[in-house]
Design a protein around this ligand. Structure first.
Ligand SMILES: NC(=O)c1ccc[n+]([C@@H]2O[C@H](COP(=O)([O-])OP(=O)(O)OC[C@H]3O[C@@H](n4cnc5c(N)ncnc54)[C@H](O)[C@@H]3O)[C@@H](O)[C@H]2O)c1
Length: 267
């Protein structure tokens, strides 16, 4: 697919920053958006601040956009008003704007918390149904369905990336299974922009020996991760939650009825 203008939402965020650096100079126009400050524009960058809950602003954001990597949104558990604005209205506004603008493809940052209530004892693949563990996870499951609806009905191809724990290094035993290195995250996005598909689900995870996810569908689409969290196993084995429930399900602490959105980020 020829991409003259790529839009990255959530561009002021952690993964948005990674992609902003990765894509520097790659496309004739790299449009970056966030509700948070984006700094100064480099050559080829277009900065368009916008709240994803504002439909008219999101319509303007998609003007002339060929493809979008949709990372913007509330990225941890939150209260309903926050989740509804950023992640429910946000995805509706994004896909509706894409339809009006003729955008051909959206890569959607879904989450392992859309499938958080699958037990760790069961290896699942891209066909696993949603089992959300939080309001946040529910919003990601909703986003996956919005993506499917617009793919089937309006031909906007969509890759739903059920990201595990994307960060520089894994931080606890759970992340020995769920970690995705930042270079592997970029490899997944590259594959998602290049491959031929209508609607697909992949797991955003490195080639971890302990992964709970069969990611053959991602490999089929050209994602070949190079990193493995096992390199941190000596340091992180035994760094677990005190709660047996947290250690039973793939979503970890997000599965607890008491988990209300700790400000400490556990994704
Ligand atoms: N990092 C991970 O391990 C991980 C795991 C699973 C899913 N994800 C998803 O990937 C995406 C990026 O994650 P991240 O770790 O970079 O998170 P992040 O919080 O650093 O970035 C999200 C960005 O979205 C922006 N945002 C929030 N509400 C908004 C709104 N109403 N309008 C416009 N922008 C808004 C924030 O300002 C922020 O810059 C998120 O959608 C997140 O849910 C990330």
């Amino acid at each position: 697919m020829r991409i003259d203008r790529l839009l990255v939402t959530g561009a002021a965020g952690m993964l948005g920053g990674v992609l902003r650096r990765h894509f520097q100079g790659r496309f004739p126009h790299l449009r970056l958006s966030d509700v948070a400050p984006l700094g100064a524009a480099a050559a080829g960058e277009e900065l368009l601040p916008c709240d994803l809950g504002d439909a008219a602003a999101v319509d303007r954001l998609f003007d002339g956009v060929d493809a979008c990597v949709h990372l913007g949104g509330h990225s941890v558990e939150g209260d309903w008003p926050t989740v509804i604005n950023a992640n429910i209205l946000g995805v509706i506004n994004v896909w509706e704007a894409a339809r009006k603008a003729g955008t051909k493809r959206i890569l959607f940052a879904s989450s392992n918390h859309a499938i958080g209530f699958h037990p760790r004892s069961r290896r699942i693949d891209h066909t696993a149904p949603a089992r959300p563990d939080t309001r946040y996870g529910l919003s990601k499951a909703f986003g996956e369905d919005v993506a499917m609806y617009y793919a089937n009905k309006h031909g906007i191809s969509a890759l739903c990336m059920r990201i595990g724990s994307a960060r520089a290094e894994p931080e606890d035993e759970r992340q020995l299974a769920t970690w995705q290195s930042l270079p592997d995250f970029c490899r997944m996005v590259e594959a998602g922009l290049a491959a031929d598909y209508v609607y697909e689900i992949v797991y955003g995870v490195s080639a971890n020996q302990r992964s709970w996810w069969d990611n053959a569908n991602a490999a089929r689409l050209g994602y070949h991760p190079q990193d493995d969290a096992e390199a941190w196993a000596d340091r992180l084995t035994g760094k677990t939650s005190a709660s047996a429930l947290d250690e039973t399900y793939q979503g970890g602490p997000y599965c607890s009825p008491d988990f209300s959105g700790d400000p400490k980020k556990i994704v």
